[in-house]
Design a protein around this ligand. Structure first.
Ligand code: 26W
Length: 807
């Protein structure tokens, strides 16, 4: 379309929508009204585009991927969609005539935080790639009324506030009144023999209605629009009038509240699974609505389910939607009269599974009694699945009870969702090479011996258009000038940037860009009352707070520096700011203690004018996608210091790398592949590797040994007892030294402490050599080429899902 014509159309639609929704003219519109108006225009454009794409899809009949995930950490959408549609320039020009700035409008949008961390953000990055690459795809999740809590720090302590995202976020949602499915809980089963065989009647159940809300995800410069379908639970219209008119108001009311409760709030805990009824109901709600929807669509398109696994790939993102395995069985058998064996085959051939964590406490196990009571039919199917599977194992490994027990779906009154997921799917994927190896050799070793062909590796990736092109426009401009803009659609082209490794002009520009991004971030924080010196080195650890991620190790080093500087105020250090951004699960006391420690240490340092010239600790309140978008481009040192073997992949490491930060990390998760990508001279690696960790755990770790033999460690730990800003951290001292079993903390912070300090000293040395530092930074940007979500999605498509782009 011609530019002026496009601008005229935009102008007209804005005026029209403002008048229709608010009855006002442009002159009267507030920023918020203008944001919503632009969002509505973009949404309508996407709906139109989607309709066209849908027609194509119907004609071509390609296999389609359905991505089921309890979390999508979406962040803001307006900027992303405008960028992907290529409308930024025209829209800004139209808005300028009315004295509106696009950047201001973006700030009006709430951050859709329907996820905890890595898993949910990965799902969102994948949607972007699926749409851009033109794969027929759809995401399914829950439309939580409240996303991940808002974090507030009061006297150093984390407080949680509800995240009210819908007013402002709902403009992106298109309610589909034509798409509702009943989801049934509780009740009783009755087997009825008919002339057509056995029929399962399901009585007195508690039924809720799932209503679809669609969010359109535009591909970048592509015809594809992917749909993210979020389910809301509604009280069913024809609810139990009987009990109502019998005066059983309680029951009627209960049903009402429980329906609404399902979608109330996202469980704010990652890496810790609790056997809560509501969580189980949430998971089944997502699964049942989505599976019914998938089957309904399939039948409408093909008129038969016989070709189901040929045309449908269903991906379960971690075990949270694993109930789709028995749910598919239920529908195939109870509603479409498939035999058990046929149904089972169709399930395995369509379901695939990715594991995202090896922590035992994060592997979901549900009490049998709960499932039996909440989902009686699903429970029956699970029991049958378990029995058949154990029988098969018994034939393969006669007498090997231990092995059979380990591999069973049900054991000790618990249903193990991980075992169910491996058994019921055709592919079991790990999210980095190291993690995939650990799955094979450790977590799922028995299964690997049994069905080695199921196990795959597709390393995670990030939406590089969001995390580089949109988040870092200056770097993007430099890249465009140096290597052209093909890398936007083909990230492997980023590798060409290596050519400039000795180009002094480019290196200097990298330096300037980093400084500008640091200034931008500091200014943003200034508005929130936080002072950061943009001329100090930015050392960033931004991720959920968890013991295994070892934010504590970072803090211990800072305390060590702090003590050095107190003893010797003239000591020369690189002036640096330690930026922490992390939410702790509300019930995770140990994690909240660490947040408190960081905050009190920060205040203590601020009190001393000499100290604060050199080192500064800043805890960034309420970390979210939107904050990450300005933080990642400003990071110079990316702290990725988990205990080796524990971080499945990490994706923040990739986001910082692609923005030119250097990694200070252990050989864990995707750090190993970052190391491969940039080479040993362009990364700072320290500490035990995963094998050494295993060996150390076997030989026995004793924290007291380090305390006694390492004066630096002793000094730091003693300082924790004395405390900061009037607060003692005796509990952390005891945690590190004694721990639960008398041997110290399970993540062995002290074992890696020395090496961490040593390698940080090397890093400081390097930082002085600007030329060297900038060259390393350049190699990281170029090496990030392989960590694009586009690459991950292509790997999934060809190796796991068996799908192809429409065009
Ligand atoms: C049931 C509670 C619960 C909720 C979420 C348990 C576990 C989770 C997630 C699996 C935790 C998570 O987000 N894991 C992260 O997934 C990222 C994407 O693959 C990885 O990069 C991170 O290493 C991993 O910690």
């Amino acid at each position: 379309m011609e530019e002026t014509q496009l601008k005229n159309e935009i102008r007209n639609s804005i005026e029209h929508k403002l008048s229709r929704h608010y009855g006002i003219s442009v002159e009267e519109a507030s920023r918020n009204q203008m944001y919503k108006t632009c969002a509505r225009i973009v949404r309508d454009l996407l709906l139109e585009k989607r309709a066209k794409y849908h027609e194509e899809m119907k004609k071509k009949q390609n296999k389609k991927i359905y991505y089921l995930c309890m979390e999508f950490l979406i962040g803001r959408s307006l900027k992303n969609n405008i960028y992907n549609l290529g409308l930024d320039n025209e829209l800004q020009e139209v808005l300028s005539d009315w004295n509106f700035q696009l950047e201001d409008l973006y700030e009006e949008e709430p951050d859709a935080g329907l996820g905890n961390g890595g898993l949910g953000r990965l799902a969102s990055c994948f949607m972007d790639s699926l749409a851009t690459l033109g794969y027929p795809a759809m995401g399914f999740s829950i439309c939580y009324e409240y996303g991940l809590f808002k974090q507030k720090i009061v006297d150093g302590w984390q407080m949680e506030l509800p995240d009210i995202w819908l007013p402002g976020g709902e403009v992106w949602l298109k309610k589909r009144t034509d798409l509702t499915f009943p989801v049934k809980f509780e009740g009783e089963l009755k087997e009825v023999w008919t002339e057509n065989g056995l029929r399962i009647d399901y009585n007195n159940c508690n039924e809720v209605e799932a209503v679809a809300y669609d969010m359109m995800i535009s591909g970048a410069d592509s015809d594809d629009v992917a749909v993210l379908r979020l389910w809301k639970a509604q009280d069913i219209k024809n609810f139990d009038m009987n009990s109502f008119s019998n005066g059983d108001y309680n029951r009627a009311m209960m049903e009402n509240t429980s329906a609404e409760l399902i979608c109330k709030v996202l469980y704010p805990s990652d890496n810790h699974a609790e056997g809560k009824t509501l969580r189980i109901r949430q998971e089944y709600f997502l699964v049942s609505a989505s599976i019914q929807n998938i089957i309904h669509d399939h039948l409408r398109k093909y008129g038969t389910l016989n070709n189901f696994s040929e045309k449908v790939a269903i991906h379960i993102n971690d075990t949270h939607p694993a109930m789709c395995i028995p749910e598919l069985m239920r529908i195939f058998m109870d509603e479409y009269q498939y035999t058990w064996n046929d149904a089972y085959k169709m399930v395995i051939d369509s379901v695939t599974y990715t594991n995202h964590t090896v922590l035992a406490e994060a592997l979901e196990k549900w009490p049998e009694v709960l499932i039996k009571q909440q989902l009686p039919r699903i429970y029956e199917i699970l029991k049958e699945l378990n029995e058949q599977f154990c029988q098969q194992l018994w034939n393969q490994y006669p007498g090997d009870w231990d092995r059979i027990e380990r591999m069973a779906i049900i054991s000790n009154g618990q249903i193990r969702m991980a075992n169910l997921s491996v058994i019921g799917s055709s592919h079991v994927n790990g999210v980095s090479k190291l993690h995939s190896d650990i799955l094979k050799n450790d977590v799922f070793h028995d299964f690997y011996q049994n069905t080695p062909w199921k196990f795959t590796n597709v390393t995670n990736g990030i939406a590089h258009r969001r995390w580089l092109c949109q988040a870092n426009p200056e770097l993007t401009k430099l890249l465009d000038e140096c290597i052209g803009d093909e890398y936007k659609k083909d990230a492997s082209k980023l590798a060409h940037f290596r050519k400039y490794h000795d180009n002094l002009d480019v290196l200097q520009r990298l330096d300037n860009i980093k400084l500008n991004n640091k200034i931008r971030f500091s200014n943003l924080m200034k508005n929130k009352g936080v002072t950061i010196d943009p001329y100090s080195m930015f050392v960033v650890q931004a991720k959920r707070l968890h013991e295994y991620k070892r934010q504590l190790l970072n803090v211990l080093r800072i305390i060590s520096l702090y003590l050095d500087l107190k003893e010797n105020p003239n000591m020369h250090v690189v002036p640096q700011t330690f930026l922490f951004a992390a939410k702790a699960a509300p019930g995770y006391f140990a994690a909240k203690e660490v947040i408190k420690l960081i905050n009190h240490l920060s205040v203590e340092i601020e009190k001393d004018p000499v100290l604060r010239q050199n080192i500064r600790v800043v805890f960034l309140e309420n970390y979210c996608v939107t904050m990450a978008e300005t933080l990642m481009p400003a990071a110079e040192v990316s702290e990725q210091i988990s205990l080796a073997g524990k971080e499945a992949s990490g994706t923040g490491n990739m986001k910082m790398m692609i923005n030119g930060a250097l990694t200070m990390g252990t050989m864990d998760g995707a750090n190993v592949e970052i190391f491969d990508a940039v080479g040993k001279d362009n990364i700072f690696i320290f500490g035990m590797n995963a094998d050494e960790v295993e060996r150390r755990l076997k030989s026995g770790y004793a924290a007291s040994f380090y305390y006694q033999n390492n004066p630096k460690i002793r000094r730091v730990l003693d300082c924790l007892r004395k405390g900061f800003n009037g607060e003692s951290f005796e509990s952390i001292y005891r945690y590190l030294l004694v721990g639960e079993y008398g041997m110290g903390d399970p993540y062995m912070c002290l074992a890696d402490f020395d090496d961490y300090l040593k390698v940080h000293d090397q890093l400081s040395e390097t930082y002085h050599n600007r030329n060297k530092w900038n060259t390393m930074s350049l190699y990281n940007i170029a090496g990030a080429e392989r960590f694009a979500a586009d690459r991950s999605v292509q790997d999934y498509a060809s190796q796991i899902w068996g799908i192809e782009p429409l065009k």
